[in-house]
Write a protein that binds this ligand. Structure first.
Ligand SMILES: O=P(O)(O)OC[C@H]1O[C@@H](O)[C@H](O)[C@@H]1O
Length: 151
């Protein structure tokens, strides 16, 4: 079972706190990268920490929650090795795992209520990469990334 790197900005703080308890209920270990209170913070700072954890630890997947999910999605996809997926419903969640082998889920705490967020997180964590033709495509995604990595 993968471990979960979880983080939020102020827009996702309350949902993050609720999801932590839910992850424990489901049997997942997690590492909380903040934020630690509802005061305003900058989503790139936290999304970076979540993405860095996932990029450097194959045992981890990530969950990042800001107000909308899009900004953190941008940050996550700047980090080599991270495939961040901004999702809003069960179809996008399932597709991001089966087709894209997403390793970080980004959701918007201002749009997604606690009940739906729990459904999305559970489904995302339980859905496997389908491989096959999708493996070829994800390999191409990662190859494109490698063209921009300076050595
Ligand atoms: O709460 P403020 O600072 O207005 O806006 C920050 C939010 O707006 C978007 O960039 C992100 O979703 C972030 O959570």
């Amino acid at each position: 079972m993968k471990k979960v790197a979880i983080g939020s900005d102020h827009g996702g703080y309350e949902l993050k706190e609720a999801l932590k308890g839910y992850l424990t209920e489901l049997g997942y270990e997690y590492l909380d990268f903040g934020c630690k209170a509802k005061e305003s913070v900058d989503y790139p700072d936290i999304a970076f920490l979540v993405g860095e954890c996932v990029a450097t630890n194959p045992d981890y997947v990530g969950i990042m929650i800001d107000g909308v999910g899009v900004g953190s999605g941008m940050v996550l996809n700047k980090i080599p090795g991270v495939r961040g997926a901004v999702c809003w419903d069960l179809s996008s969640v399932i597709n991001s795992r089966e087709h894209n082998n997403a390793n970080v889920l980004s959701i918007g705490g201002q749009f997604i209520g606690e009940g739906l967020a729990k459904q999305l997180v559970k489904k995302w964590l339980e859905t496997d990469f389908a491989g096959g033709r999708h493996d070829r495509r994800v390999t191409k995604v990662m190859e494109i990334e490698s063209r921009f990595i300076k050595r």
